[in-house]
Write a protein that binds this ligand. Structure first.
Ligand SMILES: Cc1ncc(COP(=O)(O)O)c(C=O)c1O
Length: 339
């Protein structure tokens, strides 16, 4: 039995999703004439109480477009040193937007208002780059799927209001956070100027992310998407997978979180595991003791066709998702116990 825990991006569309995609009406989206994309954008904007939305090819693209709209070359944005936008987007902040970064430590990648406050440069001092954006990531991938405390988000929002700074959320796994903390989508979204939402992670769509924000923000984002080469034509056929995912696959994320907890409990009992981060959502991060190196553990699992990712010199990552059956979880437990 093959079990793939490398990422929640490995999910494949189900026959029902494919059927929905096959039957989706399409048009030229650069002319804003694709009915399925228009429906997806409207549906997502309404769900989060934002004025507008933009369908893009990936979470990297939605994040990079947002940064480009919010920041000018020479400006600086503030984010965690573990943020996906900084660590895993190929230096796009610099190459796409000529923007500098101020990196914060944070707790499992979650930053706090008091640290953000200290990181904001004095705009009157010409030596410093102009701080022009604050970025959060919820859930926090490198923090092992950690969820932000809503009070921390509120404090950062209040600070951004005082300092007249926009706040962006890399919400690649936003539904994993919201299904756990139970916060109303619209209330949550009201704290952010822009949010990037991935459809092809836990939700199981094959392609795409949606950027949400105000009408004027999305108007600018649409222009930047074209400049970045991301204007697509009859892309309703792929957007339909996202629409189907949003309507059918949100509530079941709880199952992925339960699976993650089961695997964390199993790892916690292994002598070769030093520490497992508390599971918040669908990501398990385990620190391996010296007795067993991370690569040894990953290879031993792979020999039994259970696939995890090395996540640093002494950590491995397991991500649970839509394509994991209870049988797969049971099998993976046996494999992990026998390493
Ligand atoms: C937190 C986070 N943000 C953004 C992305 C980028 O998404 P994509 O792979 O669609 O570019 C990822 C991908 O794993 C992610 O984990």
């Amino acid at each position: 039995m093959r079990v793939d825990f490398r990422s929640d991006t490995v999910t494949k569309p189900t026959p029902e999703m494919k059927e929905f995609m096959m039957n989706a009406p399409v048009g030229d989206d650069v002319f804003e004439e694709d009915p399925t994309i228009n429906e997806l954008e409207e549906y997502t904007a309404n769900l989060f109480g934002k004025e507008a939305a933009l369908y893009c090819s990936s979470g990297t693209q939605t994040n990079q477009i947002a940064i480009n709209v919010h920041c000018k070359p020479g400006d600086e944005l503030i984010c965690s040193k573990e943020a996906h936008i900084y660590k895993y987007e190929g230096g796009g902040i610099a190459s796409n937007s000529g923007t500098s970064v101020k990196l914060l430590d944070g707790d499992r990648g979650r930053i706090k208002a008091k640290d953000v406050k200290e990181a904001i440069n004095d705009p009157e001092n010409v030596h410093y780059p102009l701080t022009s954006l604050v970025c959060l990531e919820d859930t926090m991938n490198r923090g092992g799927g950690a969820i932000y405390d809503i009070n921390d988000i509120k404090e950062i929002r209040a600070l951004c209001d005082d300092e007249r700074l926009p706040l962006h959320n890399d919400g690649a796994r936003i539904f994993n956070a919201l299904i756990e903390n139970g916060i109303d989508y619209k209330t949550y979204a009201s704290y952010f100027d822009s949010i990037s939402i991935c459809l092809s992670k836990g939700l199981g769509a094959p392609v795409g992310s949606v950027l949400i924000g105000s009408k004027s923000f999305i108007k600018q984002a649409r222009r930047v998407r074209k400049v970045f080469g991301g204007g697509m034509r009859q892309a309703g056929i792929i957007a339909a997978g996202g629409l189907y995912a949003l309507k059918n696959n949100v509530d079941r994320l709880k199952i992925d979180h339960q699976h993650a907890q089961i695997l964390a409990d199993t790892l916690n009992k292994c002598s070769w595991v030093q520490e497992v981060l508390d599971v918040h959502t669908n990501i398990v991060v385990a620190k391996v003791s010296h007795e067993k190196s991370v690569m040894e553990a990953v290879h031993a699992m792979a020999e039994k066709d259970v696939h995890a990712m090395p996540f640093g010199p002494d950590t491995l990552r397991i991500v649970t998702h839509l394509d994991n059956s209870p049988e797969q979880i049971k099998y993976a437990q046996e494999v992990i116990e026998n390493i």
